[in-house]
Design a protein around this ligand. Structure first.
Ligand code: AP5
Length: 214
């Protein structure tokens, strides 16, 4: 199964992708996580990506397409994978289709997380993440037991640089202008399903499982 999780920043794609990884044998391929890993490693790609990410803009298509091409060739992606945060532009979606076609494969299902912008601002500004183990928290919805300390590995929790209010507004604008048309691209291929991402994480998981079973 090749599954695309599509939706605005903060809609819960990463939260749900991690749950699917626990339940099924498909890796989560998050271009955001890959880019943040490159930044942490101090690579040239990371330094280039940081300029775009810190301002809330998208990293150039060729950079992320290259990352996905390489990552999907790894052995653990043979039986399928979950794309979280890719594709984010129509040219990325077209490149993905071409890449998969050349391997006699295809995108099976695309799930769009629908949610109002006001809730996204609340979720993103309250998000805290553990840089060491990747665990995610929310200061109101899913707070850690001890303030700013990861309950899984004991490391300090941090706020992403792009989760500041002025950058969140830019990311939402970019989503509506550049990523929303990707939903239409997949709707025309009859692959698009939608879910109400305003519901609780467990309710969203249930809706997602039902969508995948259909
Ligand atoms: P990326 O890391 O992909 O960020 P994003 O798409 O903006 O998505 P987020 O990780 O912010 O949100 P999410 O939907 O995963 O929500 P989450 O589960 O974390 O990209 C970052 C940047 O990298 C981009 O701006 C761009 O510069 C670059 N980039 C990445 N991919 C690219 C690409 N393909 N092309 C070009 N550039 C690219 O949840 C958010 C919060 O809400 C958490 O605190 C969580 O606990 C809480 N929450 C989750 N679900 C619920 C729920 N149901 N109810 C209540 N709270 C919830």
């Amino acid at each position: 199964m090749i599954l695309v999780l599509l939706g605005p920043p903060g809609s819960g794609k990463g939260t749900q992708a991690k749950k699917i990884v626990r339940d099924r044998d498909w890796p989560q391929l998050s271009t955001g996580d890959m880019l943040r890993a490159a930044i942490a490693a101090g690579t040239a790609l990371g330094r280039e990506a940081k300029r775009y990410m810190d301002s809330g803009s998208l990293v150039p298509d060729q950079v992320v397409i290259g990352l996905i091409r390489e990552r999907t060739e790894q052995p653990d992606a043979k039986a399928g994978f979950i794309l979280d945060g890719f594709p984010r532009t129509v040219p990325q979606a077209q490149a993905l289709d071409q890449m998969l076609q050349s391997r006699a494969s295809k995108v099976d299902r695309v799930v769009l997380f629908e949610i109002p912008d006001e809730e996204l601002v609340r979720r993103l500004s309250g998000r805290r993440t553990c840089l060491k183990c990747g665990a995610m928290y929310h200061i109101e919805n899913a707070p850690p037991e001890k303030k700013d300390v990861c309950g899984h590995c004991g490391s300090e929790l941090t706020q992403r640089d792009d989760d500041r209010p002025e950058i969140i507004s830019k990311r939402l604008k970019v989503y509506h202008e550049q990523t929303a048309p990707v939903a239409e691209y997949y709707r025309k291929q009859s692959k698009l399903r939608t879910l109400d991402a305003l519901k609780s994480p467990d309710e969203v998981s249930l809706a997602l499982a039902e969508t995948l079973a259909r």
